[in-house]
Design a binder for this molecule. Structure first.
Ligand code: HAM
Length: 435
């Protein structure tokens, strides 16, 4: 009885503490900025959706749906899932709100938490955040290139220097069945040499075997027919156009003929962005292909129709925010934290404490950052704190000043002090710090 319980965050999930918030906020602000410039509107969809949306959209045989979805039954017997990715929810919203009737393309972006029941490890969590961009109603490879460019810009702005973009084309309904057949014919006599997962993948969707990280499967893969050699004319031209756009933008891409991505909806373009740093690290650990992508995406021309809408081409991608934050920390690219205080407010006695609350709000409205120690009474302790914070000025509000309606402004480097009217103090500070 009464045993002390020690609650912890659930496995694979973590708190984001105040000292880490600025990194996330910096990323959100940058993403908002880039999105605005490129004409993307922000969308927010529910954290839970019908589980069937992902079964159909993400794909019933994908790892995400088969193994990683958090599903729940509501009291009303609806089967819902915590969203494991954004794309199907955004497509649902596009259809539900009749966005097809608006001038196309429709460009949408979002960010927020997602849930996948993964085996937690470095860069792989059960709750994580993504930044996601989607474009609807545009077939041109120019839009695929723009999505790649946008994510590249975001990573560059965050000061990542060695980025590698891997691209491939996985064809469409015309050429994929033919390639799948060729791949099956190649794999069938080699089935017994594949890993257990790939033997299952071979039956469900042989393309997935190309993505396997097991060495024995990679050995078999290295002799397999390549998709890009068997694309239909339309897909070939689309891929050629994409590479030309990428050449024009000077993006450092690399062709990976085995990149297939682990979701069912892709057609034609697929891509991932890596940081060279992750590549080096995985090499050190001897896991040559166990790399963590920062960004993954591609074109998905059949998904809107599959989820009940019309034939609308679409393209998009998502970045893993925890992976970005983790690498920024490792590479010591952590940008400067919180705004630093410009002045310090020291108070002495109950009366001045009461006045301080209102005064702080006046400074907030004037956008002047003030530090304080409202819980402290000693002037010495407060001045020591002001010194440590390296503020230029400290305001001293004692009992006498409150009664006189004044306040002292102390210049910290010289120790000079002025007494000014309390009612004018914001203006007086503004003059001194030249705001
Ligand atoms: P995804 O490749 O499953 O694609 O995820 C995109 C990115 O999210 C990954 O590259 C990775 O950085 C991050 N990520 C995925 N799973 C985890 C995890 N368990 N822990 C931490 N980070 C993770 C999608 O989700 C597609 N919806 C992208 C897309 C948008 N395609 C078209 N539009």
């Amino acid at each position: 009885m009464n045993k002390k319980v020690k609650f912890q965050t659930p496995t694979g999930m973590h708190d984001i503490l105040p000292e880490d918030q600025f990194l996330y906020e910096k990323i959100w602000a940058l993403v908002d900025d880039v999105a605005k410039f490129y004409g993307f509107g922000k969308i927010m969809t529910p954290i839970v959706e019908d589980a069937a949306l992902y079964e159909r959209g993400t794909g019933g045989t994908t790892d995400i749906v088969e193994k990683q979805m958090y599903t729940l039954k509501t009291k009303g017997d609806d089967v819902l899932a915590l969203r494991p990715e954004f794309t199907p929810g955004i497509v649902r919203s596009y259809i539900q709100h009749g966005m097809i009737a608006l001038p196309q393309p429709i460009k949408l972006y979002t960010y927020g938490p997602l849930f996948r029941y993964e085996h937690p490890q470095a860069g792989r969590f059960r709750q994580f955040h993504q930044v996601d961009f989607e474009v609807f109603g545009e077939q041109s490879a120019a839009l695929d290139a723009q999505i790649i460019q946008i994510f590249y810009i975001i990573l560059k702005e965050l000061k990542f220097s060695h980025l590698i973009i891997e691209v491939n084309s996985i064809g469409d309904n015309q050429c994929r069945p033919y390639y799948k057949k060729m791949l099956s014919n190649y794999l069938r006599p080699r089935q017994t040499s594949l890993c257990a997962d790939c033997r299952r993948r071979f039956r469900e969707n042989p393309l997935r075997t190309l993505d396997c990280k097991e060495e024995k499967c990679q050995r078999i893969r290295s002799q397999a027919p390549q998709f890009i050699d068997h694309l239909c004319e339309e897909c070939k031209n689309h891929f050629k156009a994409l590479l030309e756009f990428l050449d024009e933008t000077d993006l450092p891409y690399h062709l990976d003929p085995y990149l297939v991505r682990g979701l069912d909806y892709y057609t034609k373009t697929v891509f991932e962005i890596f940081s060279e740093k992750t590549m080096e690290q995985t090499k050190e650990k001897g896991e040559v292909l166990q790399r963590n992508a920062l960004v993954g995406g591609g074109r998905y021309d059949g998904l809107v129709r599959l989820l009940g809408g019309k034939d609308v081409p679409a393209s998009g991608a998502a970045a893993g925010v925890e992976r970005i934050v983790g690498l920024l920390r490792e590479m010591q690219l952590v940008p400067k934290s919180e705004p630093t205080a410009e002045i310090f407010l020291a108070q002495l006695g109950d009366l001045s404490k009461k006045k301080s609350l209102k005064l702080l709000e006046d400074f907030r409205k004037a956008k002047i950052q003030v530090a304080e120690s409202l819980g402290r009474d000693s002037l010495r302790t407060q001045l020591a704190r002001a010194d440590k914070l390296k503020v230029a000025y400290t305001l001293i509000l004692g009992q006498k000043e409150v009664l006189d309606g004044t306040i002292v402004i102390r210049k910290m480097d010289t120790g000079e002090q002025d007494t000014v009217k309390l009612a004018n103090v914001v203006e007086e500070v503004k003059k001194r710090i030249k705001k």
